[in-house]
Write a protein that binds this ligand. Structure first.
Ligand code: AMP
Length: 398
């Protein structure tokens, strides 16, 4: 992140605090690395993330650690480790931090990137799913992301999914010769990924493929209907997309993703879903949960060009002669302590270049300190100058 991006980053953080904090989500930050096992178990051994995108290293003591590729598993680990299951449920948390995936970098895809995310752990109600979707929509709106589309689906229960997987595998095997080599190789390991393929042959096969949404049991179907009703109630539009897949294994029931038409190939801005089995998978008791994560760089890309940033300062303290630099040093500090934005000359420039520099940094006033501590106060927009005592400078411009 370069200084010119800082203001927009701060906007995301502020939006998180206002929107997520306002809904009762409390901030949590987990360490940059975790035991590798945590991600292998939850994100899933067959996923791209675990197969090839993790930065994994030995810590020198025989433990395998991994730079976190995502935030949900670490937050769930913290939930368990810190006894949050004893708090009133759901426990609502949000985070903002950097994540790491060894991917080929391109526009919108980085090896270190930022995510803002939220998790509600300990509630299985459809209201919780809908709340997270609405909060993500509000965050994206607040940041100014354009051309958004919400895709929504349901994965049902692990059992429905397992049965469906078998059905899909048989279908893929029956049409094997029309599939791309990559998809064919992964029929056993990850048949759902075939929906993501871009080659024409596979796409044609997938148009006729059975879809999981048609196989949901009554209770999963009821849950999904309720989530949709709740979104309808607050005017959030969405598109049901039975082919929606996300690159993590832990989801069940509701799955959602916001895309932006202004992003090109890497169109996913943020998404999430329900993950009722995850806490149990890492050693807790069965605990329903739902969450989302959105990529900060992509949110900002979808928000378009930043406005030119100006951060004017109140006072630039210049020196007419080098001997005055100690007075200048004290005055700029005093001014900052009085709540002003103030800088003093640090580069030993001539008076003329100091004034030019004061102009460049957008100073409202420049105090020029001379011999014996006399001060000329210059209003930088009018050019008007007057002499004031050193002790009166701050009072004169506040
Ligand atoms: P995921 O955890 O894969 O669902 O990713 C959630 C969001 O994080 C995506 O929608 C992207 O906005 C963002 N994201 C994921 N991977 C990257 C990456 N390599 N570079 C930048 N943003 C990413």
């Amino acid at each position: 992140m370069l200084p010119e991006d800082a203001a927009r980053r701060e906007l995301v953080e502020r939006a998180g605090r206002t929107i997520l904090g306002g809904a009762g989500y409390r901030r949590i930050e987990t360490p940059a690395f975790e035991a590798t096992e945590l991600f292998v178990r939850t994100v899933g051994e067959a996923t791209d993330i675990v197969r090839k995108e993790m930065y994994t290293f030995d810590d020198g003591g025989g433990r395998s650690l991994t730079l976190r590729p995502e935030g949900t598993a670490p937050v769930c680990r913290a939930y368990l480790e810190h006894g949050m299951h004893k708090l009133p449920q759901p426990v609502k948390l949000w985070y903002l931090g950097s994540f790491f995936r060894a991917e080929a970098p391109q526009r919108g895809r980085y090896r270190q990137f930022w995510q803002i995310g939220a998790e509600a752990i300990g509630s299985g109600t459809p209201e919780t799913d809908a709340e997270l979707i609405v909060l993500l929509a509000e965050l994206l709106e607040e940041v100014g992301a354009h051309q958004l589309k919400l895709r929504l689906s349901s994965l049902g229960s692990p059992q429905t999914r397992a049965e469906y997987r078998e059905e899909l595998k048989s279908y893929l095997r029956a049409n094997e010769e029309r599939l791309s080599g990559d998809v064919r190789e992964r029929i056993e390991l990850n048949p759902l990924r075939a929906f993501d393929a871009s080659d024409p042959g596979t796409r044609e096969v997938m148009r006729e493929a059975p879809v999981l949404l048609d196989r949901l049991d009554e209770s999963d179907a009821g849950h999904f209907t309720r989530v949709r009703e709740l979104l309808d109630d607050v005017g959030i539009s969405y598109e049901i997309d039975p082919t929606l897949v996300r690159g993590l294994d832990y989801y069940n029931r509701t799955l959602f993703e916001f895309e932006s038409g202004s992003l090109g190939a890497q169109s996913g801005v943020g998404g999430g879903g329900r993950y009722d089995g995850l806490i149990e998978q890492i050693g807790g008791s069965p605990t329903p949960a739902v969450g989302f994560a959105a990529g900060v760089e992509r949110m900002l890309m979808a928000a378009g060009e930043p406005e030119a940033e100006t951060q004017p300062i109140d006072l630039f303290v210049a020196v007419a002669i080098q001997e005055a630099s100690r007075e200048a040093w004290k005055l700029s500090r005093e001014a900052r302590r009085a709540g002003l934005r103030a800088q003093s000359e640090l580069a030993g420039r001539s008076l003329k270049s100091q004034l030019r520099h004061a102009d460049r940094v957008g100073a409202r006033y420049t105090a020029i300190i001379g011999d014996e501590g006399e001060v000329t106060l210059r209003n930088m927009s009018t050019g008007e100058q007057r002499d004031v005592a050193l002790s009166e400078v701050i009072g004169a411009i506040t």
